[in-house]
Write a protein that binds this ligand. Structure first.
Ligand SMILES: Cc1ncsc1CCOP(=O)(O)O
Ligand SMILES: C=C1C=NC(C(F)(F)F)=NC1=N
Ligand SMILES: [Mg+2]
Length: 211
């Protein structure tokens, strides 16, 4: 199970989010101080089947050696096969109740939410954390909806939700503070880190903003 500090800089990446070798990119991000990692192999040119599982295993090994949580996006079978530390489910993915039936209680389960209704439903269903966004414009998620802004997190907090929340979508070192000020426990980042020339430095810059 993840503790709150581990949500601070939650890096997400798949092989199509970087021009570098994914393992090198993750190693550099770990050196820069990411606090958790999500394997999200999705979209154009994403690996599938055995190649996806092998890549996941290599990235999981890096996380294990660094002592940071390794989370799998969407793919419950893969998460269970690998003994991942958690799984992240989107609103259109496997319903939480079904995931919880299949996963050991030690696994962290995260859910995407952008409205109070989705958030309250997810918490009621037993979500361990919420991913709220897109905070800002993003071109990384092909079907991303319109940005909701950090105000969406503030609204959830003002509604009394105390569950761990990370903001996601278009976040970088220049705007991360707004997400934290809105009441997030951390930020999730893909391209600001995965596409940086100096990945380690970009992760370090984000950590400086976050604390
Ligand atoms: C997976 C996801 N969910 C909402 S926005 C997004 C993509 C975030 O990528 P980036 O940090 O590069 O904007
Ligand atoms: C679509 C997503 C929304 N939020 C998150 C996280 F940041 F982990 F909460 N991950 C996703 N894959
Ligand atoms: Mg999803």
């Amino acid at each position: 199970m993840m503790n709150k500090q581990q949500y601070l800089l939650y890096f997400i990446m798949g092989s199509n989010n970087t021009d570098k070798n994914p393992e090198d990119a993750l190693r550099e991000a770990v050196q820069g101080g990411i606090t958790s990692f999500q394997f999200r192999e999705k979209g154009q040119y994403a690996e599938e089947g055995p190649a996806k599982k092998e890549l996941a295993g290599r990235l999981q090994k890096i996380c294990r050696e660094a002592g940071i949580p390794f989370i799998v996006n969407d793919d419950v079978d893969l998460a269970l096969e690998l003994g991942a530390d958690g799984i992240h489910a989107g609103q259109e993915d496997t319903p939480l109740v079904d995931i919880k039936k299949r996963c050991p209680s030690s696994m962290t389960i995260g859910v995407s939410a952008k409205t109070l209704e989705e958030a309250e439903q997810a918490v009621q269903d037993g979500a361990d954390y919420l991913g709220v966004g897109p905070m800002f414009a993003t071109s990384t998620k092909e079907d991303a909806e319109n940005p909701v802004g950090p105000g969406a997190i503030r609204l959830l907090r003002e509604s009394g939700l105390s569950v761990p929340i990370v903001g996601i979508g278009g976040i970088d070192a220049e705007n991360a503070a707004f997400v934290m000020e809105a009441g997030a426990d951390g930020v999730s980042v893909i391209s600001a880190v995965s596409r940086a020339d100096d990945i380690r430095q970009e992760a370090e810059r984000l950590r400086e903003v976050l604390r």
